[in-house]
Write a protein that binds this ligand. Structure first.
Ligand SMILES: [Zn+2]
Length: 230
């Protein structure tokens, strides 16, 4: 590994370890479920969480470096059991730099019902540009989960997919953007559930959703700071 590549891997080990703390902070994970990965720019590598390690014990030096077939390149522990799904997404979607998986309660309840989350909120229009779609049921292990994620999100505005009977996968231009999408997905899933228990959510016009999405993705935030990946 060249010195430049080594420095990049070191940076991403720190970032990915820190971002796992965000999953805990936003109450998106229980026990050791959930995982974050980051693509290593310029190399066919990714940095991902080790399997079955407590969130309290995750550190930069126990993150696992894998190639994009899921084989371990650096690390003493086994990588996350969802490594094949992350690797499949990186192989199929070159624009993706980060992937997150959680079983966050409200979003996963929608996944359990096999129901996409309709867009009834400006916050959802901003981040997701419309509905948050449901992906197919797929067993863990092979490429089926990755195929389902890619088939659902390719050409879709949403960076989140609710994999049926399972949970949430999100993508982003980097790992931080994917974590943000996971946090926002749970937030809108919760509000959508509450709205439905209160009554009948009011549909939004397609052009309003489009306008909100365009503004948030291209104008919102501080000058020079991309809003989608703050
Ligand atoms: Zn899972």
């Amino acid at each position: 590994m060249s010195p430049d590549l080594g420095a990049e891997v070191t940076r991403l080990r720190e970032q990915v370890a820190t971002l796992h703390g965000e999953l805990v902070r936003y109450n998106l994970v229980a026990w050791t479920a959930g995982n974050v990965s980051a693509r290593v720019p310029g190399a066919d590598l990714m940095v991902i969480k080790p399997s079955g390690v407590s969130y309290d014990d995750l550190r930069p030096d126990n993150m696992i470096v894998c190639d994009l077939d899921g084989a371990v390149v650096e690390g003493d522990l086994s990588p996350s059991s969802d490594t094949a799904a992350h690797a499949y997404v990186y192989r199929a979607m070159p624009e993706v730099g980060g992937v997150v998986h959680t079983h966050s309660s409200y979003a996963t309840a929608w996944a359990a019902c096999g129901e996409s989350i309709p867009c009834h909120l400006t916050a959802q229009a901003d981040e997701f540009g419309g509905e948050i779609p449901v992906g197919p049921f797929a067993l863990i292990g092979g490429d089926d989960i990755g195929k389902g994620i890619v088939a659902t999100l390719s050409g879709h505005r949403s960076p989140a997919v609710l994999m049926r009977n399972h949970g949430v996968f999100t993508i982003g231009r980097d790992a931080r953007a994917a974590v943000k999408a996971a946090v926002m997905c749970e937030d809108v899933a919760r509000t959508a559930h509450l709205a439905r228990t209160l009554g009948r959510p009011v549909p939004m016009a397609r052009e309003d959703i489009d306008s909100l999405y365009d503004r948030y993705q291209n104008v919102y935030g501080q000058p020079g700071v991309p809003s989608a990946t703050p």
